[in-house]
Design a protein around this ligand. Sequence first.
Ligand SMILES: NC(=O)c1ccc[n+]([C@@H]2O[C@H](COP(=O)([O-])OP(=O)(O)OC[C@H]3O[C@@H](n4cnc5c(N)ncnc54)[C@H](OP(=O)(O)O)[C@@H]3O)[C@@H](O)[C@H]2O)c1
Length: 285
Amino acid sequence: MTILITGATGNIGGELIQHLLRKNVPIRGLVRDLKKGAKLSEQDVELAQGDFSQPESLNVALQGIEKAFLVSSNLPNQVELECNFIEAAKYAGVKHIVKLSVMGAGELPSTFQKWHREIEVQLEQSGIAWTHLQPNMLMQNMRWFAETIAQNGAFYNCVGDAKISHVDARDVAAVAAVCLTEAGHENISYVLTGDKAITFNEVADILGKALGWSVNYVDLPPVDLKAARLANGEPEWYLDAELELCACWKQGAGSAVNDTIAQITNKKATSYEEFAQYYTQTILN
Ligand SMILES: NC(=O)c1ccc[n+]([C@@H]2O[C@H](COP(=O)([O-])OP(=O)(O)OC[C@H]3O[C@@H](n4cnc5c(N)ncnc54)[C@H](OP(=O)(O)O)[C@@H]3O)[C@@H](O)[C@H]2O)c1
């Protein structure tokens, strides 16, 4: 039974495809641009071209599909885009969707958490079996700072000394692979966290040790962080949404730790020390 992986070119969708290839599970990757999926074609992954903003483009991709992984980027029309996919999946007779959501969906007052909950509700009401994966902040976000870490040994945020249970995208993908290939995960939400909650100063120490040079976390007032990133070309709506979330983290909303990843995958969650080795060998190179 072929599983459709949306976001095949993305962080978690890409890792999920590698997990499912190792399990010899038939998969189809949804991509907007077939050229971006060239590396997957080299691995003999079947690709289908489709765009959530053009629902009719999803019909061919969904043919013969019973299970799907749903992810999209944070975009101003994310709710509409993901709901287009849910509608098309319902029409195509899909039986189970594993949706990438976010920790705090429906609980925190921040935009991304509200949007994800809206999509979760649509999925729950669709009649399709669902699994919501709600990861905390991804360790892989550190890729956004690869340049400043390499050049100045610094990265920037505005969460002060808040503790956050950062989670590795590869662990999230491993959980998705289990939920899509084994029974018993239908109609459940899983909050996914790392093995412990640490501050960004601790993250800086761990990265510094792995790199062999000093790395510093620079805590900025939100207004300064926003101005710097606006000047760097990032959209204002996105920065506002991210700063809302940072304010929640600063108050401790990202500090919860659980062992759901270990329970589902039978492998303990990747520690930040382990991620730091991977980061220095791959992302930073
Ligand atoms: N970063 C975190 O810390 C974190 C934590 C928890 C949850 N999340 C959630 O994770 C999700 C993914 O975040 P990300 O930005 O890191 O994503 P990402 O890995 O860059 O992947 C997003 C994927 O969605 C695809 N996509 C975007 N628009 C699409 C459309 N209109 N039709 C079909 N596919 C489309 C992209 O394809 P293209 O390659 O064609 O652009 C890409 O493959 C978000 O919903 C976010 O809220 C993130």
